[in-house]
Ligand binder design. Structure first.
Ligand code: ATP
Length: 327
């Protein structure tokens, strides 16, 4: 890339803790290597509107520990249209931005791929930033570890009430299409079961859990449920238990947006720092249209088209571990 031009950086889609650490890493590493950086505010929406400002090393001071994103984030309908992307391209030309670094999830990277296909003189580099951990090609996404820890902290508190009142709690967590948060938070909090989108046998799961766990040995239970617009999530399961097993005292807790924010964990800060620095290394190697990932503790370059196309499977061992340990 021509060092007279700028690297543009934006955050897009849902915010995730560690995005600021990634913005800092990209900015500092870029400047260290002789590049200039412009921050783009409000994701693709701000790119179209020309909300752009040069970033210095000082601009990213004191943000590594902050949740959310200093660049703000947005969901942009306009960018999903050809006309919207043309406007975005014109802003990039006007601002002399040659490379766009996008921190976001599946949707944001899908937009990046289309954009890079349409305008071959720009480069897009993606950083996986989503609490769902659902991007193929990377073991972890920025924000996942913090969200997982937040959920576990909440479930520990809910457990006190569940035990004292001898109740079943259905705790709903984020992850529409991916059960990583639900499955791993269930293991980490000692929950009795997890109901995840990857496992379609949820009817059996619920019944197995009721008969095996709650009836025989336990006087309280916690079931972690991935949010699901299709089946109604935790509310749906609570209703079912109320109808089919009226003897049980059932409650629902939907954790909602408190899962997104907060100071990033050390794990997310380190991940974001490594991925951000690697994005600049990739540019120095003339890489284009890739997502930076991490696998077995090594940085990997994943074609954006693969990261968004393939489903990331959940490790079936995790299902067995929870089943065995929750007796
Ligand atoms: P999260 O995992 O947190 O939801 P995400 O990146 O998947 O993050 P989305 O809302 O799906 O979040 O996408 C963010 C933005 O990416 C959209 O608002 C839109 O501007 C852009 N985008 C998504 N899909 C496309 C597409 N098919 N074509 C062009 N742009 C897209």
């Amino acid at each position: 890339m021509n060092k007279e031009n700028y690297i543009g950086i934006l955050t897009s889609g849902g915010d995730a803790s560690g995005m600021n650490a990634a913005i800092r890493a990209v900015t500092r590493s870029a400047i260290y290597n002789g590049f200039k950086v412009k921050g783009i505010y409000r994701g693709y929406e701000g790119l179209i509107a020309g909300e752009v400002k040069e970033l210095t090393t000082e601009d990213v001071s004191n943000i590594i520990q902050r949740g959310g994103t200093i660049l703000k984030t947005a969901r942009s309908k306009e960018f999903t249209t050809e006309e919207g992307r043309r406007k975005a391209y014109e802003v990039m030309k006007k601002e002399h931005i040659e490379t766009l670094i996008i921190i976001g999830g599946d949707g944001s990277l899908t937009g990046a791929r289309t954009f890079a296909e349409e305008y071959e003189d720009i480069t897009c580099i993606g950083l996986p930033g989503t609490i769902d951990n659902d991007l193929w090609g990377t073991d972890m996404t920025i924000g996942y570890d913090t969200a997982l820890n937040t959920i576990v902290e909440c479930v520990d508190k809910i457990r006190d009430t569940a035990t004292s009142h001898e109740r079943i709690f259905f705790v709903e967590v984020m992850g529409r299409d991916a059960g990583f948060l639900a499955q791993n938070s269930a293991i980490a909090s000692g929950a009795e079961a997890a109901i995840i989108p990857e496992d379609q046998t949820d009817v059996d799961q619920l019944e197995t859990f009721i008969s095996r766990g709650f009836r025989k040995t336990k006087n309280s239970s916690i079931v972690i449920v991935s949010e699901s617009p299709k089946d109604g999530g935790a509310m749906h399961y609570a209703e079912r238990v109320r109808k089919e097993y009226p003897q049980y005292d059932v409650r629902v807790s939907i954790l909602g947006h408190l899962q997104r924010g907060g100071s990033p964990s050390a794990g997310d800060r380190i991940l974001a720092s490594r991925l951000g620095e690697a994005a600049i290394q990739a540019l120095l190697e003339d890489q284009r249209n890739i997502m930076i990932g991490i696998r077995n503790d090594e940085i990997v370059y994943v074609p954006i088209s693969e990261a968004i196309k393939k489903d990331k499977p959940i490790n079936k061992d995790l299902i067995r571990v929870l089943n065995e340990l929750s007796i």
